[in-house]
Design a protein around this ligand. Structure first.
Ligand SMILES: *Cc1c(COP(=O)(O)O)cnc(C)c1O
Length: 377
């Protein structure tokens, strides 16, 4: 049996007539950029997260960059995030001219460790941060689970820092009963095809409750244009394609159902893999509704397991094998091995198993049985 890490085609086939006609309507109207389909999706996506505004943009990276820029993060500022995330989180900070400051993750949830955050903020005078002003925190809701937003929110408030959530992996995730996107000034989403809500190309969005911030992001999205021909400041081109808006509008209706199915498969995996070998299963905080963008386990036998599963035609991936402070691109930050030990060991041991809503029970069973047989060998 073949089980890919994710299967975009099976999802398309399940909703093909609706998708095809939504795309056809864009071709017919020729509203290729923004337009009615994008606005309708923006409204629906904001409502789904109980947010006031949604601004559709070109990618998750765009959404992070636009949100930070609109919050006036600039050269001379510093923004805190973790080294255990996709590089785009840190890149967006760099693109504003600000300096990324990293803090380690919590070993149970893989999200920002609030104690490490507190330590960084209280020790900042001893670091070589002279001339740099810490302005914001970007917690990453990694793998589909929200970061510890109660503790992080308290710390941000005490230190006067803005929170911009990286929710690129956590559409419809909640924390303390509130949807992600409601814990800071703005939250950023990616609709990369493999994300829980995926476009058929590049797309992303920012959600926010703040009117002025929403207006600013809309203007940045369109070259700082405040009315036709008038540019109050320079911006960028972050506009969402009409076809992506149409596709996302169709798929948004299914997102809750797909999320439920993701959680069901995750529950099945957990039941099957409990106590097997040295596996550490994903921890679900009682405060969080984990939406399982990825089902990530830890084992010291990762490379053997990956090879074994590949022989059984089971797709796996590593999220992420190199923490950002070890990347050539971020050498200049001056961090050293041992600075973020939790991120470093997670990077060595994490492996993602197949998980997508269209996976059959038989496929999930085959994956679980194969993992078990590797550890019983
Ligand atoms: C996917 C992702 C991004 C970037 O989104 P793109 O749409 O690929 O630009 C940023 N942060 C995280 C955590 C992501 O998973």
């Amino acid at each position: 049996m073949k089980v890919p890490l994710a299967d975009l085609r099976s999802q398309y086939l399940a909703i093909k007539p609706e998708i095809d006609s939504a795309i056809q309507s864009i071709l017919d109207s020729s509203q290729f950029i923004l337009g009615k389909a994008v606005s309708a999706f923006e409204e629906g996506f904001a409502a789904a997260h109980h947010a006031k505004h949604c601004i559709g943009v070109g990618s998750g990276t765009d959404s992070l960059h636009a949100a930070l820029w609109a919050t006036d993060i600039k050269e001379g500022d510093a923004v805190i995030t973790t080294p255990f995330t996709f590089i785009a989180t840190v890149e967006a900070i760099s693109l504003t001219g600000a300096r990324p400051l990293l803090v380690d993750i919590d070993p149970a949830t893989y999200t920002m460790n609030p104690s490490a955050l507190e330590r960084l903020l209280s020790s900042k005078k001893s670091d070589n941060l002279s001339g740099v002003k810490i302005r914001a925190i970007v917690p990453v809701h990694l793998y589909g689970q929200a970061a510890q937003m109660d503790a992080i929110g308290d710390i941000a408030k005490r230190h006067g820092l803005a929170i911009i959530e990286d929710a690129c992996q956590s559409h419809l995730a909640t924390y303390g009963g509130k949807f992600v996107g409601n814990f800071g000034v703005a939250a950023c989403f990616s609709f990369y095809p493999g994300k829980n809500l995926g476009a058929y190309g590049e797309a992303g969005a920012v959600i926010t409750d703040y009117d002025a911030l929403a207006t600013k992001i809309r203007q940045l999205r369109d070259h700082g244009q405040v009315e036709k021909y008038k540019h109050a400041f320079w911006g960028h081109n972050y506009r969402m394609d009409g076809i992506q808006g149409a596709v996302l509008g169709v798929k948004l209706k299914y997102l809750e159902k797909w999320t439920t199915r993701r959680r069901q498969i995750a529950g099945f995996y957990k039941k099957m893999l409990e106590g097997i070998g040295d596996i550490i299963l994903p921890f679900e905080s009682p405060k969080a509704r984990h939406v399982y963008h990825l089902f990530v386990i830890r084992t010291k036998k990762r490379s053997g397991l990956q090879k074994f599963l590949a022989e059984k035609e089971i797709g796996t991936a590593l999220h992420y094998p190199i923490p950002l402070h070890f990347q050539e691109a971020y050498k200049h930050l001056g961090y050293r091995p041992g600075d973020f030990p939790v991120s470093e060991s997670a990077a060595e041991e994490c492996i993602s198993l197949p998980l997508y809503p269209e996976m059959t029970d038989d496929q999930a069973e085959y994956v679980a049985a194969s993992v078990k047989s590797f550890f019983r060998k």
